[in-house]
Design a protein around this ligand. Structure first.
Ligand code: HEC
Length: 106
């Protein structure tokens, strides 16, 4: 097992990178209520799924987008380009959209 230290070192490095990328807030029921009041029929699981997609599909090529990116006026346009790159269907894209919108509420 002379490669064990290398394998262990690599897993620790990957673990640390995953933590560094986790800068996105966990969605809450309060977020759902604000979105629903604005006419977006989102559930808590839609928001959780949106966060998951950002962390897994969107960060394949670069780091996860910042919360602030959703406030950019170019965001809708960018999201539609990026969801094509990430191969997302329209429901997944909508979940990313409502999750990012929930981050702008605080
Ligand atoms: C196949 C690779 C790929 C995937 C998957 C991808 N992106 Fe990107 N992204 C890029 C590239 C390349 C750029 C820079 C060039 C451009 O704007 O097209 C970029 C730029 C961005 C930017 C702008 C960064 C800046 O500071 O200008 C944001 C925000 C972003 N992506 C968000 C996302 C989101 C959200 C998703 C998931 C829906 C996603 N990306 C998926 C490749 C990707």
């Amino acid at each position: 097992m002379k490669y064990l230290p290398i394998v262990l070192g690599a897993s620790i490095a990957v673990g640390l990178l995953a933590c560094a990328a986790a800068n996105l807030r966990e969605p809450s029921i309060a977020d759902v209520q604000v979105l629903q009041a604005r006419g977006e029929p989102a559930t808590l699981s839609d928001l959780q799924e949106g966060k998951f997609i950002l962390e897994h599909s969107c960060s394949r090529c670069h780091s996860s987008p910042d919360a602030g990116d959703g406030a950019d006026s170019d965001w809708p346009n960018l999201l539609s380009r990026m969801s094509t790159k990430a191969g997302l269907d329209s429901v997944s894209t909508w979940r990313v959209k409502v999750y990012m919108a929930s981050l702008q509420q605080k």
